[in-house]
Design a protein around this ligand. Structure first.
Ligand code: GTP
Ligand code: MG
Length: 291
């Protein structure tokens, strides 16, 4: 008792940090955020420029939280949408505490990576992702290349297997500073249910569609009367409409089935395909779609 009175125990302080996850398209940023948070938060695909929103995913501990900010892959833009996605990703740099710069272990660090690296502070943490897919010498080579960027820390990781992530998470919690609980314990993302479901539809379409079509697709919920959810799929040309619908509607059926599996039981998905010419080149339409 006396010892306790002499050394009063301070109430535990709460710690938090924002961590932005940046990199070229397709390096695995969204996959990493999902794995780190232990839940699917962002959609992923093998097509570049999958992510269009800045999405926050939260990893909670009783005394601290890490808020990961997934961003659109930074690339050479060809459309208004592309420009907007780059701006969105780069804008996170002014509002975060920690930066994780993701590169792909399976391909050399190139001009696209360097372009991004130049914008980052020296305290940036480099994540060499997809280590499950790379041979040991390849990982070593990538770490060596990355070390030439003169950042502070380098972690070989895999979003697929989770390899390297526990060490990274410990390191990140170690960097948190006293701060507010930005998200309550039960909340793991700031994305609304409506946006999430629209994204799930786009994810399935990305899986099915080839070539340029994925970039032409936008999705949004137009009606939500649980269990009935109506989602509009926008394409840019009449010719794309038939491709998206598929023979006798088979693509839409597949998409609906896969999305329903990821929702609470009983969800009823209605998909409608509309043409909106060149929406991704028109800033007003991009704004309306919320990208
Ligand atoms: N083998 C392997 N594949 C991975 C890993 N991480 C991501 N992928 C795959 O790489 C592809 C791209 O992953 P995403 O997470 O969508 O990449 P992203 O960086 O968010 O891409 P954008 O949103 O387009 O910028 C998907 O096919 C993933 O399954 C990994 O650690 N190992
Ligand atoms: Mg992504």
């Amino acid at each position: 008792m006396i010892a306790e009175r002499d050394n009063p125990v301070e109430p535990p302080s709460y710690k938090s940090a924002f961590i932005t996850v940046l990199g070229r398209p397709n390096v695995g940023k969204s996959s990493l955020v999902n794995k780190l948070c232990g839940e699917k938060i962002a959609i992923t695909s093998n097509k570049p420029q999958t992510t269009r929103h800045k999405i926050r995913g939260v990893l909670h501990r009783p005394d601290a939280q890490l808020i990961f900010v997934d961003t659109p892959g930074i690339h050479k833009p060809r459309t208004s949408l592309g420009e907007r996605l780059n701006t969105k990703a780069v804008s996170t740099l002014t509002e975060i505490d920690i930066v994780c710069f993701v590169v792909d272990a399976t391909s050399p660090i190139g001009p696209g990576d360097r372009y991004i690296a130049e914008k980052l502070g020296l305290e940036t943490i480099v994540l060499v992702n997809k280590c499950d897919k790379a041979k040991k010498p390849q990982i070593a080579e990538r770490l060596l290349e990355a070390s030439e960027l003169s950042f502070s820390e380098y972690f070989p990781v895999s979003a697929k297997t989770g390899e390297g992530l526990p060490v990274l998470v410990e390191h990140l919690f170690g960097l948190t500073q006293e701060g507010p609980m930005f998200f309550p314990a039960e909340q793991i993302t700031d994305m609304s249910d409506r946006d999430y479901v629209a994204e799930l539809v786009r994810e399935q379409l990305l899986r099915i569609m080839e070539k340029e079509i994925p970039h032409s697709i936008a999705t949004r919920v137009t009606e939500w009367e649980w269990p009935r959810i109506r989602i509009e799929i926008l394409v840019e040309r009449e010719s794309q409409k038939g491709i998206v619908i598929g023979h006798k509607g088979e693509n839409l059926k597949k998409v609906g089935t896969q999305v329903r599996k990821q929702l609470a039981e009983g969800a009823y998905i209605e998909l409608q395909v509309n043409v909106d010419k060149n929406w991704q080149k028109r800033p007003d339409e991009i704004e309306r779609l919320g990208y």
